[in-house]
Design a protein around this ligand. Sequence first.
Ligand code: C5P
Length: 403
Amino acid sequence: MKGNLPMLAGKRILLIIGGGIAAYKALELIRLIQKAGGSVTPVLTRAGSEFVTPLSVGALAKSKVHEALFDLTSEAEMGHIELSRSADLLVVAPATADLMAKMASGRADDLASTLLLATDKRVLVAPAMNVRMWQHPATQRNLGVLRSDGVLMVGPDEGEMACGEYGPGRMAEPAVIVQAISQALGGGPLAGKHVIVTSGPTHEPIDPVRYIANRSSGAQGAALAAALRDLGAQVTFVTGPAVVPPPAGVEIVRVETAREMAVAVEAALPADAAVMAAAVADWRVANASGQKLKKDGSGKAPALEFAENPDILAAVSKGARRPRLVVGFAAETVDVVAHATAKRARKGCDWIVANDVSPATGIMGGSENAVTLISDTGAETWPRMGKDEVARKLAARIAEALR
Ligand code: C5P
């Protein structure tokens, strides 16, 4: 799809233009949405109108530009509630830190924030701000709130900023925003496809209060589920007790043990693809106690016996309802490629995403990953990048494979 404009034929976009130097890019965005067959109803915030004029926005959009909450004429023609619902999608570009804060706290003190609160449609936000403002804990907190409210995000990009600083904060390019709009409207390459993602650690009880676990944060699995969702997939996200919260817009199935995960995955079949990113415990405590184990004063430690857990990846790969594409992960500490290649054959999956989780790499529980993709054509090593980026790249490959 790269380079080609997606189809937005007949789609109505309510475009909220916030205040910021990136507002000039909103003009290009209007043009591209129209080129893809969509129409734009523009809303300009007071700050936005300091950067682009209502005249240029209205002329390009071939539409009235809405600016004020209490505009009698338009309230007579179309109230703000109706305005917020007559569109197929609300897009905020650029979204300033202030606009994001208002959205996160549910304020409605001007037309833009009122429309965002009153809408029953999905909202796509393209943040643009100074790097320090983006990285500020308050903005990051608001971002988390918006994500968990199901708000879609595109960007920001990293790069040189108009203010002379360097880092994340640049608004995504208009062509990329148009792609995100198309995906938000269900036009992604994975539209109509069902993908199961397993994620997080499992907890294997020793007694009612103690368990055996591992250091998986669930970050890679959550990022993958979000990336697949963003490409239009219907995602069933089967997650163990992870640190990282599950993404919005996916079906979440929470489990605790490997055996519960195996049942949940089986119940989620059939699927077009299964991506097993969970760090499933190989063993469970066979003699787990129904009551809390107590020291008996003898100085003798309880002897735990172990039983092997079901191998979910192998079972799905070799099962009767095998998805077209099955992807496993291999967390290794030595001889990563050799071990992962052997694992691919043993488990019967199509791809293995292998990574080195030695403590020195900081990958387990960290925000970055360095992976090697092993398929029937060999091993392909990707440079170290953010787990979000690994997820997007892998989701794009999955979309290609399911085409
Ligand atoms: O055998 P190992 O645990 O290294 O294999 C890792 C891959 O297998 C991962 O994709 C993991 O999600 C999956 N797995 C599983 N069920 C298990 C063990 C691992 O699905 N019991």
